[in-house]
Design a protein around this ligand. Structure first.
Ligand code: TPP
Ligand code: MG
Length: 335
């Protein structure tokens, strides 16, 4: 798909991807896919406590953006955040243990899938309240600006969040104060069981940015290199003090909204068309064309990542339960 842009200034030079980078991007997408396959399997075994919201189909957004961020950047996201955590280097055993409610979980087992967080990795929160993370990320953007070290604050949210008041307040003040914030919208066309045309006056949410005179770009969210390039450019602007950007990634979730949703409300033709544009398959084909990969090599990477996730989940499931009488919640949250 052709990208749309608005109010953009001169093109910033973006570091071109090397062959090694491309293979790393492919592996990260596979890792996220296989992590969630294992989450799904574990859920059916009764190991996961609380629900889960899988990002399968949206892996190119997490991998492509995550490749741009520095270790000292701030990243906020939603309940559909497994991919963002893994792209930031979250340890999978700690992530599984968190979903399984065990002491070795990244939040001591008291957060679960919807609150998978690791402040030491700049992961400032998985927000269950739609749009709730945006003002928090703007706050982190103020910190980044005051630190003066070229940090940025990225915030991921869905199409549905753009109808929430907090979204508009966050966009407005970020632009007025020229904060280094990347507003990254994963437009998967659905908010729970409602298609976007029933909730929003248009489907191209890049139009939201026009109202705030904000630099904006719309990309094919299933094309990992397109996501990388758009994010790298917006990040360079933010780090150079040129203010925030809105990045709309057009994508699709392969599964239902959450574990209890069979997603019967979607037009089978729409589902089929998006499945044919599976970001992993698209990138595998692109890398085979570039002679960086073969089908066999891709299969080997998939098998390696599958085994890695299975091993991590088995170790996590063997960990002890927290003692609910002695949990120090404050220490877990703010450590
Ligand atoms: C303020 C608020 N309203 C309603 C809900 C219930 N809810 C949970 S997820 C969701 C859909 C959000 O859709 P979107 O922002 O597109 O994100 P996606 O799930 O597609 O990633 C809704 C309405 C909520 N959690 N918070
Ligand atoms: Mg959505």
């Amino acid at each position: 798909m052709k990208a749309k842009t608005t109010t953009r200034t001169a093109k910033t030079k973006v570091k071109p991807l090397t062959d090694k980078d491309r293979l790393a991007l492919f592996r990260m997408m596979v890792r996220i896919r296989e992590f969630e396959e294992e989450v799904q399997r574990s859920y059916l075994e009764g190991l996961v406590h609380g629900t889960t919201h899988l990002c399968q189909g949206q892996e190119a957004v997490a991998a492509g953006t995550g490749f741009v961020f520095r270790d000292d950047d701030y990243v906020g996201y939603t309940y559909r955040g497994h991919g963002h955590c893994l792209a930031r280097g979250m340890d999978e055993e700690g992530a599984f243990a968190e979903l399984f409610g065990r002491t070795t979980g990244v939040c001591g087992g008291v957060g679960g899938s919807m609150h998978l967080t690791d402040i030491d990795k700049g992961l400032i929160g998985a927000f269950g309240i739609v749009g709730g993370g945006l003002p928090v990320s703007v706050g982190a953007g103020v910190t980044a600006q005051m630190n003066g070290r070229g940090q940025l604050s990225a915030t991921f949210f869905g199409d549905g969040a753009t109808n929430i008041g907090a979204f508009h307040e966050a966009m407005n003040i970020a632009q007025v104060w020229k904060l280094p914030v990347l507003f990254i919208c994963e437009n998967n066309l659905y908010g729970e069981f409602t298609r976007i045309n029933h909730s929003t006056p248009y489907e191209d949410l890049i139009r939201r940015a026009e109202g705030y005179a904000m630099n904006a770009v719309q990309v094919d969210g299933n094309d990992v290199e397109a996501v990388y390039a758009a994010t790298a450019e917006a990040a360079a602007r933010a780090r150079a003090g040129e203010g925030p950007s809105f990045i709309e990634c057009m994508t699709y979730r392969h599964r239902g909204h959450s574990r209890t949703d069979p997603a019967k409300y979607r037009d089978p033709k729409e589902v089929e068309a998006w499945l044919a544009r599976d970001p992993l398959k698209l990138y595998e084909a692109a890398l085979i064309k570039r002679k960086l990969l073969t089908r066999e090599k891709a299969e080997a990477i998939i098998a390696e990542e599958r085994a890695r996730q299975r091993a991590a989940s088995e170790r996590a499931a063997a960990a002890p339960w927290p003692d609910t009488d002695t949990i120090d919640y404050a220490a877990l949250t703010f450590a």
